[in-house]
Design a protein around this ligand. Structure first.
Ligand code: AMP
Ligand code: MG
Length: 344
């Protein structure tokens, strides 16, 4: 199969992409979070192709992308007021809500669950493609399962060239980490995955929020969990990643004392001068945390190299999107965190 590269601004792109979706094919779509691997979310056979292309476990559900808030009533029932309040505050945007699924949503899309994740992405071309297709687009991140997510069309082609019908090139993703996921089907709203919308922002609208254990700790792969995606290994380059916490100076001392040839350092731009001789890679500025979220997955992809032995990574502190960056880095590091004050 010859994978078409469709520029977002080209006048035929929306029509071409929508036709592929209607015919049951796969199109990688840009969003403000990451590139998604999209198919008609109501067509079981089309959805099966997503799982196959990614090598994704069948019980890891997909997110249904809609172009308008009103559409969620077609696919969800018992929608609480909180969902409308969140949509009003954050849609279109990087927030996925888990709601009870209607029976027209195939269980293949929901990973066998009776709930479904819905999101309205903040990306004009993708909302136009959804509108023109006339169906919601089911899409997980477009990476091969377990690998760092795709934040450019080139990342998507690296993973899927020749195996999907098309990639819509909308440039690099603005947020760079996947959507925040909130489950609204329980007694209390529950954060299943941090993302572009921080927990404080959710709390300000909801007045209550439980942080699921899948966010803060490694989950056993046989566990029964509310966020099925969270029990699988994620975002991991081939090398061993360890986070080194603490102050700039203490972390640099620790890393210099333990650095071996073949290791790399993943740090903030402000720290580059501290790591001369250690082949450091910056993923953004600590002072502008949105540059860290935007740059993280590209950097993890660059470090996905069997020649690299160990990656010492620096992680931002704080809430908002920094909380999502911490979560992705901790998962990439399988929760290996060194505190130089304690582990020196
Ligand atoms: P991805 O964006 O590739 O990480 O895939 C979608 C994410 O949404 C996965 O982590 C899923 O586990 C999560 N998700 C989608 N639908 C649901 C749902 N109904 N309940 C819980 N998590 C969901
Ligand atoms: Mg993913």
């Amino acid at each position: 199969m010859n994978t078409l590269l469709l520029p977002a601004a080209h006048p035929d792109t929306v029509k071409t992409a929508a036709e592929i979706i209607q015919n049951g094919g796969l199109v990688a779509i840009p969003t403000e979070t990451v590139y998604g691997l999209g198919a008609n979310g109501l067509d079981e056979n089309a959805v099966a192709k997503i799982f196959e292309a990614k090598g994704r476990p069948q019980d890891n559900p997909l997110i249904l992308h809609v172009s308008e808030l009103a559409q969620i009533q077609k696919f969800c029932h018992h929608i609480p007021m909180a969902a409308y309040a969140l949509a009003q505050a954050f849609w279109p945007g990087p927030l996925t809500m888990v709601l009870p699924a209607r029976l027209n949503v195939p269980r293949r899309t929901t990973g066998g669950l009776s709930t479904v994740g819905v999101r309205c992405p903040d990306c004009d071309v993708t909302r136009e493609i959804i509108r023109a297709s006339g169906v919601p687009i089911a899409a997980p991140s477009a990476n091969i399962s377990g690998k760092p997510s795709t934040t450019t069309a080139a990342h998507v082609l690296h993973d899927h060239d020749g195996r999907i019908a098309a990639v819509v090139d909308g440039g690099p993703c603005r947020v760079g980490v996947e959507s925040t996921i909130v489950d609204l089907t329980g007694e209390r709203p529950r954060l299943l995955r941090p993302g572009g919308i921080g927990p404080e922002e959710l709390l300000a609208v909801l007045g209550d929020l439980v942080i699921d254990r899948a966010v803060t700790a490694q989950i056993d792969k046989d566990a029964v969990v509310r966020a099925p995606g969270m029990k699988y290994q994620h975002y991991a380059p081939q090398s061993e990643v360890v986070i080194v916490s603490g102050s700039r100076e203490k972390a640099a001392q620790y890393i210099h004392a333990h650095f071996q040839p073949g290791d790399r350092v993943l740090c903030f731009e402000e720290e580059l001068p501290l790591y001369e001789g250690c082949d450091p890679l910056s993923y953004g500025q600590e002072a502008h945390v949105e540059t860290l979220s935007a740059g993280l997955f590209s950097a993890l992809r660059e470090l996905d190299d069997p020649a690299i032995h160990k990656v010492y990574a620096r992680c931002p502190v704080g809430g908002g999107v920094a909380y999502a960056v911490q979560n992705r880095l901790k998962k990439a590091a399988a929760f290996r965190i060194i505190d130089p004050e304690v582990d020196a």
